[in-house]
Write a protein that binds this ligand. Structure first.
Ligand SMILES: [Zn+2]
Length: 182
């Protein structure tokens, strides 16, 4: 679900994006550290404190964002928007280059990763409850190399998969093998 940095405006409501621009223009965004794959920010809040924003990138694509503010609306929060905008500006972008197409007035036009993830979670739950569909059997019939490549690709991004791998390492180290995974 990676996207080019410039396209973050498709994932944020117009009103929120305007607040992000205000935050950047009022110098409320502090870039803490930054390399090709990672950036961390402090974005000032209204209580003399700040929210912490983390951005991960790969090949100039945004692969992950997180802000510790309580925003649970559609799309990105204003702090994440401000952090991504700051990265764009550091790359030579100018706010005057934004056009109408960047401002999503209708919530349904906003690409909402949280809502997408929520849907995926629902489907996964449904799969796990469906007795007719044997997921493990299905997976075991797939090309093993392809599956492992897929897992490796998502290892970096997914805490869950890291836990599965750690559980497997532990399982491998047990002798005799515990019965529940054999
Ligand atoms: Zn936030």
């Amino acid at each position: 679900m990676a996207y080019p940095l410039r396209m973050f405006t498709q994932r944020i409501r117009a009103l929120v994006l305007k607040r992000s621009i205000d935050l950047v223009e009022n110098k409320k965004v502090e870039l803490l550290d930054h390399d090709d794959e990672h950036a961390q920010f402090h974005v000032e809040n209204q209580k003399d404190g700040y929210y912490h924003v983390e951005v991960r990138l790969r090949d100039k694509q945004v692969t992950f964002t997180h802000c510790d503010c309580p925003y649970r609306g559609v799309g990105l929060c204003k702090h994440t928007g401000a952090a991504l905008l700051q990265l764009l500006l550091n790359d030579g972008f100018d706010v005057s280059e934004f056009s109408e197409l960047d401002f999503k007035l209708d919530d349904s036009e906003v690409i909402d990763l949280e809502a997408m993830e929520e849907n995926v979670r629902k489907i996964i739950k449904e799969i796990s409850l469906d007795n007719e569909f044997e997921l493990v059997e299905f997976l075991s019939n797939q090309d093993k190399d392809k599956l492992l490549t897929f897992i490796l690709k998502y290892l970096e991004e997914s805490e869950d998969i890291r836990l599965v791998i750690m559980a497997y390492m532990w399982y491998k180290s047990q002798n005799p093998k515990p019965p529940f995974l054999s």
